[in-house]
Design a protein around this ligand. Structure first.
Ligand code: ASP
Length: 317
């Protein structure tokens, strides 16, 4: 099965699913799903098309994880697009876990990966509007999944053009051999301070996988997730006997308790136990989770929302 953050990850699941069901590896599946979002210019929070930092520079973060001793990451990449593949190459070809900034780009150059322009015309014009003080280029639509807002419960293709993509793609998959893998890819918070890196590329924060237990992904305001080691915390809760729903709840409550998040701050967490049971939750309405399993590929509302009913989408449209 596959689980992904936000409804736009259903398109990545659709891409990866045919190989996964015929015996493909979970690591290939999660990388394929993340790559799908990275190359999609309509996804304004991942890869090409991602909104830039305050200086107009797009910088990308990603990580992959199969086990505590098998993870790789890159952050603040400014010249290469397929950062999930790059993170995987850090894991597979170096003794390190994370490469940052120019060092990560030089590593990609050394592997012969083609350099890319990351700033799309739409992202540039949104940034110019934001810089001129026009809030319509701003950040308020992040954290609200329009796919969820229109009641999406069917296949990703049904979401169609109306879907507005949001936030980090984080994907977990279990393959036919029972091996779990996860990937996470983002352009980070829109208009962030230059040099800022969030939770997404850091094992234990944006993504954590322990084959003895399961995996988890967090998305939303990375500073809050980093404060509680969100994805690690979810997996640890499951290790100690919690259900995935209880684990996700614990992460959100811990964030609530320490940060008292404002209405503009959103966190979504998904957790998948090694037996295939899973859950998703969010601080507030607007989050969606994509699921691929024997019943098909679909984007659904999370099991619970700390502030508000999962289907109360009044503030989302
Ligand atoms: N967690 C990401 C970050 O803080 C952003 C997101 O998931 O929307 O960089």
């Amino acid at each position: 099965m596959m689980l992904g953050t936000w409804s736009f990850s259903a398109r990545g699941c659709e891409r990866a699913w045919p190989q996964l069901v015929v015996g493909g590896e979970s690591l290939d599946a999660v990388c394929a799903a993340a790559r799908e979002a990275e190359v999609d210019p309509t996804v304004n929070s991942v890869g090409f098309g991602g909104l830039p930092d305050a200086n107009g520079q797009v910088s990308l973060d990603a990580c992959v994880m199969v086990a505590p001793n098998r993870c790789g990451a890159v952050c603040a990449v400014t010249r290469h697009l397929c950062v999930t593949d790059l993170a995987r190459l850090v894991m597979e070809t170096t003794p390190h876990v994370m490469l940052a900034g120019e060092g990560a780009d030089v590593f990609a150059d050394s592997l012969g990966m083609a350099a890319s322009v990351l700033l799309s015309a739409d992202a540039k014009s949104a940034w110019l509007k934001w810089r001129s003080g026009d809030v319509s280029g701003g950040t308020t639509d992040h954290g609200i999944d329009r796919g969820a807002a229109i009641g999406v419960a069917s296949a990703a293709s049904a979401i169609g053009e109306r879907m507005v993509a949001h936030d980090t793609i984080g994907v977990l998959a279990i393959d036919t051999r029972g091996v779990m893998a996860g990937a996470c890819s983002t352009s980070g918070l829109p208009y962030k301070r230059s040099g800022r890196v969030g939770d997404s590329p850091i094992p234990g924060h944006g993504l954590y996988v322990d084959p003895e237990v399961g995996g988890a992904v967090a998305t939303g305001n990375g500073e809050l997730i980093m404060g509680v080691s969100g994805s690690f915390l979810a997996v640890e809760c499951i290790r100690r006997g919690a259900t995935p729903a209880q684990a996700v709840h614990e992460v959100l409550e811990r964030i609530e308790r320490h940060f008292h998040p404002g209405p503009e701050q959103q966190i979504g967490v998904i957790a998948l136990a090694r037996d295939g049971t899973w859950s998703a939750g969010a601080l507030r309405t607007g989050f969606a989770v994509s699921v691929a399993d024997g019943a098909g590929i679909r984007a659904v509302a999370p099991e619970f929302v700390l502030h508000g009913a999962p289907h109360d989408e009044g503030r989302s449209t």
